[in-house]
Design a binder for this molecule. Structure first.
Ligand SMILES: *[C@@H]1O[C@H](CO)[C@@H](O)[C@H](O)[C@H]1NC(C)=O
Ligand SMILES: *[C@@H]1O[C@H](CO)[C@@H](O)[C@H](O)[C@H]1NC(C)=O
Ligand SMILES: *[C@@H]1O[C@H](CO)[C@@H](O)[C@H](O)[C@H]1NC(C)=O
Ligand SMILES: *[C@@H]1O[C@H](CO)[C@@H](O)[C@H](O)[C@H]1NC(C)=O
Ligand SMILES: *[C@@H]1O[C@H](CO)[C@@H](O)[C@H](O)[C@H]1NC(C)=O
Ligand SMILES: *[C@@H]1O[C@H](CO)[C@@H](O)[C@H](O)[C@H]1NC(C)=O
Length: 520
């Protein structure tokens, strides 16, 4: 979910990109609806407002003649699918990324009727229909014919998803006898649009509407400091299962999480020797951390649990100078600092139901693991510039430079192993949660009961601006998502798609489950 382009380049991009070895496109941010609010904690009766997560979308065209659709850009899954006009969400007018009309495309070719079914990690979050061959283009690039995509006839999601992960993580079953068909990334390479399966992602700041993704290039205007490479870590589908021999999900090693308070003092929240495999997933709206780290952060901020994996803090905390630092790959690895203003979002509890701060209660933007996975979603990725190099099983990370949507300096990623701007690799290995850790829950965080939420007492130094009564987080409803929250609609997505071995695909990742949060 996310994604876009620079004015300077925009005019020339569609044509230039095809021959230049890269495809650079805008990613737009929008609010996602939150289907799970209806299932709030039983003993908490206050009214929760829409706690929308955010999601990041790109424009594509499908069919002949081309039909325009916006789809979530998802590093956590690997299939492209779009909703048919006859699907339930579209019939109910909820298809906010457009609806595909098969009868108006001369290139539409069903290859497995009823065989498509992708399931993301959110409860009930699956989309199903036909496997189809179609013509697809991204940002005006050369049309890729005979691409295998899913066309949903029923499902939970209001718009499609373009998964840009490994083929080995594609939904099962699929039309390929060996379970893995050529993805959009494979086609971009085989059609000569890009040199290798690698792309860079820039979501941009929370208060900006447009980010970008570049398939086949790195944009040196989008980060500060050095890009440092991290080898992808092996991962198992579920805690306790053996790891796949080659990485199939973007797991990297997180070696430190700390909180920097408003005085600049830094408190380490992770344990000594922490080396956690974490998924980089643009399809998950929040960060999902180990429960003990979540506990330390939530208690430090005086957060209150309001159900459905939502932790609430005063919205005014988004005005503080505090931030969270994530360090990767060990001592020489990259570190990304994420200001609380980029983490706390979406007013969950209106001021009238929130005692202690007139700014109301906002989503803390961090919650606990889902399906045994620790995930760095959009409340991390907005402040990181990440290059995903599938061919070489590595990613490179640097601190993002916010507000740079209107400029660019693109360097093409060639064949081979070099990544522009990357000079070193940080190699510390990480492990996934074990079964015991995966099933642990955060403890000691106060839970809301009754009709109001009472703000907790932070132990971190947050400074005077934390209590400013006029404070409010960035308006996360801006953009195109003003229809969010329709009952029954969903959003979701994301996810790291892990596929279960069984018959219908399954799972996946992280996605939307948690309330507002993900999803998107
Ligand atoms: C997608 O297309 C719509 C309609 O043309 C346009 O308004 C929007 O800005 C585009 N979004 C991106 C991310 O390019
Ligand atoms: C798709 O798969 C999910 C998970 O296995 C299942 O619950 C759902 O019923 C399936 N949908 C269809 C249409 O078969
Ligand atoms: C895709 O199909 C269209 C229409 O048949 C054709 O004009 C175009 O050349 C094809 N593209 C490629 C790359 O083969
Ligand atoms: C976003 O916030 C930053 C820092 O507060 C500011 O410099 C920038 O102009 C803002 N961008 C927009 C689009 O409002
Ligand atoms: C945040 O930091 C800036 C720059 O260092 C400073 O001007 C401002 O007063 C600080 N705000 C608070 C609330 O500490
Ligand atoms: C947030 O932005 C939306 C869309 O621009 C606007 O309709 C709404 O009034 C804004 N809300 C606030 C609280 O500023």
């Amino acid at each position: 979910m996310t994604l876009h382009m620079l004015p300077l380049l925009a005019a020339a991009a569609p044509l230039a990109a095809a021959s230049a070895g890269y495809i650079h496109l805008d990613v737009s941010k929008q609010a996602a609806s939150n289907p799970s609010l209806a299932r709030r904690q039983q003993d908490f009766q206050a009214s929760l407002t829409q706690a929308n997560g955010l999601e990041y979308l790109v424009n594509i065209t499908v069919g002949t003649p081309p039909q325009n659709l916006a789809v979530t850009l998802d590093t956590g899954s690997s299939d492209l699918w779009i909703p048919s006009i006859s699907s339930k969400p579209c019939r109910e007018g909820q298809c906010d990324g457009g609806e595909f009309v098969p009868s108006q495309s001369s290139s539409y070719n069903i290859i497995d009727e009823g065989g498509f079914n992708i399931t993301y990690a959110g409860p009930g979050d699956s989309d199903s229909g036909n496997w189809v061959e179609e013509s697809v283009s991204v940002s005006g690039s050369k049309t890729i014919n005979n691409t295998i995509i899913g066309v949903a006839l029923q499902g939970a999601d209001q718009h499609g998803v373009m998964g840009i992960g490994y083929d080995t993580n594609e939904a099962q079953p699929n039309p390929s006898p060996d379970g893995s068909y050529p993805s959009m990334l494979d086609h971009m390479v085989s059609q000569g649009l890009i040199n290798r399966r690698a792309y860079s992602l820039y979501l941009n700041d929370l208060n900006e509407t447009t980010g970008s993704v570049c398939f086949g290039c790195v944009d040196s205007t989008k980060y500060t400091g050095d890009l440092i490479a991290l080898p992808l870590q092996q991962s198992a589908r579920y805690p306790g299962e053996p790891a796949n021999p080659t990485p199939s999900v973007f797991y990297v090693t997180l070696t430190g999480v700390s909180f920097i308070d408003s005085t600049g003092a830094e408190t380490t929240l992770s344990s000594e020797g922490y080396a956690q495999s974490v998924v980089l997933d643009s399809g998950t709206s929040e960060v999902l951390l180990n429960n003990y780290i979540l506990t330390g952060l939530a208690n430090g901020l005086g957060a209150v649990y309001v159900g459905e994996e939502n932790y609430v803090v005063p919205c005014s905390y988004s005005n503080t100078n505090a931030s969270i630092r994530y360090t990767f790959g060990g001592e020489d690895g990259p570190s990304v600092v994420v200001p609380l203003s980029e983490v706390i979002y979406g007013q969950l509890v209106p001021p009238r139901d929130f005692a202690g701060h007139s700014s109301g209660g906002c989503n803390m933007g961090v919650s606990g693991p889902i399906e045994g996975q620790v995930i760095l979603g959009d409340t991390f990725l907005r402040n990181a510039y990440v290059v995903f190099d599938l061919d070489n099983y590595q990613v490179a990370i640097a601190q993002a430079r916010g507000g740079q949507a209107s400029i660019s300096s693109l360097q093409v990623i060639s064949t081979g192993t070099e990544l522009p701007g990357v000079s070193s690799t940080a190699t510390a290995a990480g492990t996934q949660l074990n079964e015991e850790e995966a099933s642990a829950t955060a403890i000691g965080i106060p839970e809301a009961t009754g009709n109001t939420v009472t703000a907790g007492t932070p132990t971190f130094q947050l400074g005077a601006s934390a209590t400013a009564s006029n404070a409010s987080p960035s308006n996360t409803s801006s953009g195109t998502g003003s229809d969010s929250g329709s009952p029954g609609s969903s959003s979701s997505s994301g996810l790291a798609a892990f596929i279960t071995p069984g018959p219908q695909a399954a799972f996946l990742g992280a996605a939307g489950a948690v309330a507002g949060a993900f999803l998107m």
